[in-house]
Design a protein around this ligand. Structure first.
Ligand code: MN
Length: 239
């Protein structure tokens, strides 16, 4: 009796595992070289600018879809799929016509969102040290940088991104790109960037994009941005 009920439990567990693996097989993303990075903090961490539900949908569904679609596009192109993402995005013109748009949109999306999570989750405030000096040198003041990045985001028609770019010498600039394009595609490097797709802010802000781009500074992680600045100057910043 006891043995039989134990066997029943074991069979039950096995059956559940089988069901789970079948469910996984049906929904599993295309196997591929790229993976969705976990959020480096709880989804509640950006409440000072972005609500928790938006963070969950944005990371778990939108970013996941870019990764899955990128892997699907690359699945029959092994050599191309072996390139680091930052290199792959500089080779769009060399890709087969059949996958160029998919790699541009989804590879750009993967790079942009991976950067985006990394530079948030912080307390906002102001940058310090060498980065602060570079901002003063290249923009005149931190407030001018803020205004210029917000303007780039607010005036991007439709979906896109506003970026602060960084050269290998540490020079900073502002860039605006539609869709999931990124300065990486021209061989540039991104210090930080804000996602101004409606999916990034609509639940809390609806059509008030300028409120979102102003509040967004409240969650920038300047320590993470400073690390990206140092990596850019060292030539080790990938995406
Ligand atoms: Mn997004």
């Amino acid at each position: 009796m006891r043995l039989s009920s134990r066997r029943g439990l074991l069979l039950g567990a096995g059956a559940s595992a089988l069901v789970a693996s079948r469910a996984f097989a049906q929904t599993a993303p295309a196997a591929g070289p790229f993976t969705l990075p976990p959020l480096p903090y709880a989804p509640e961490a950006n409440e000072a600018a972005i609500d928790t539900r938006t963070m969950q949908i944005h990371h778990d569904l939108h970013h996941a879809a870019y990764v899955n679609n990128l892997n699907a596009a690359l699945k029959d192109h092994g050599q191309i799929g072996g390139l680091p993402l930052g290199v792959l995005l500089t080779k769009l013109a060399e890709l087969p016509d059949t996958i160029r748009a998919a790699v541009r949109n989804n590879g750009g999306g993967h790079a942009n969102h991976s950067m985006f999570w990394e530079i948030m989750g912080g307390p906002g405030g102001t940058p310090s040290g060498e980065l602060a000096e570079a901002i003063t040198r290249d923009f005149g003041s931190f407030e001018t940088l803020r205004t210029r990045l917000e303007t780039a985001g607010n005036t991007q028609f439709g979906s896109g991104w506003a970026f602060v770019t960084v050269s290998p010498e540490g020079r900073l600039g502002i860039a605006q790109r539609p869709n999931q394009d990124t300065p990486l595609m021209e061989g540039g490097r991104v210090l930080l960037g804000n996602d101004v797709w409606e999916h990034a802010y609509y639940l809390r802000y609806q059509n008030r994009r300028a409120e979102y781009t102003r509040a967004w500074w409240n969650v920038v992680n300047w320590d993470a941005v400073a690390k990206r600045y140092a990596a850019a100057k060292a030539g080790t910043l990938g995406i």
